[in-house]
Design a protein around this ligand. Structure first.
Ligand SMILES: [Zn+2]
Ligand SMILES: [Zn+2]
Length: 185
């Protein structure tokens, strides 16, 4: 048995807006990752639409309203509501309200090595790329093409895929320079 209190744990800042307490290590969990997130008003987690092919993810809102973007549009969860994403389902989370949202994110198994991004391959007609865990780039599993993750305009590794403003639209967005390219409409 292992017990812990958030008071004793380090708050990890992922960005200006997103922070978390990781409970996996203090609790000695082997097969499940559990993080308590805080997301500031009108902000997003610092990554875009992605899917874990080797992990299911559950989210439980403790306080506030959390909105998920998926390839089928948006879903909002209020306090005490929960959602599960199966392996292979694309999602990203944001807080569109004026209040901080607090939620638990649970992933099983604990680690994930097969993360996909819904970006088109520049060479073939595959519509998703795998994050390369070795060199931070992306690769197409259909044709083998390596695709740099950096922004083509500013060179920063700050690109993410989001829903666009039109129904069904996906955009490739750079958090650093604001470059926005429609990749599906
Ligand atoms: Zn390809
Ligand atoms: Zn950029």
């Amino acid at each position: 048995m292992k017990q812990c209190s958030l008071d004793e744990l380090e708050l990890v800042h992922l960005s200006e807006d997103a922070s978390l307490w990781s409970l996996r290590e203090p609790l000695g969990a082997n097969d499940v990752a559990i993080n308590r997130f805080q997301l500031a008003p009108r902000s997003r987690v610092p990554w875009g639409l992605h899917a874990h092919y080797d992990q299911e993810e559950l989210f439980i809102v403790i306080d506030g309203t959390l909105t998920f973007e998926t390839l089928n549009g948006e879903r909002s969860l209020g306090t005490d509501e929960a959602i599960r994403f199966a392996p292979g389902e694309f999602q990203t989370a944001k807080n569109e309200t004026g209040e901080t949202v607090t939620y638990l994110a649970i992933g099983a198994p604990a680690g994930s090595d097969d993360i996909r991004i819904p970006l088109p391959c520049p060479t073939c007609d595959n519509h998703e790329l795998q994050l390369d865990m070795n060199d931070d780039g992306l690769r197409c599993l259909a044709c083998g093409e390596s695709v740099p993750a950096e922004c083509q305009v500013c060179g920063e590794d700050a690109c993410e895929v989001r829903l666009g403003s039109m129904a069904g639209e996906l955009v490739d967005y750079c958090r650093n320079c604001g470059r926005t390219e429609s990749i599906r409409s």
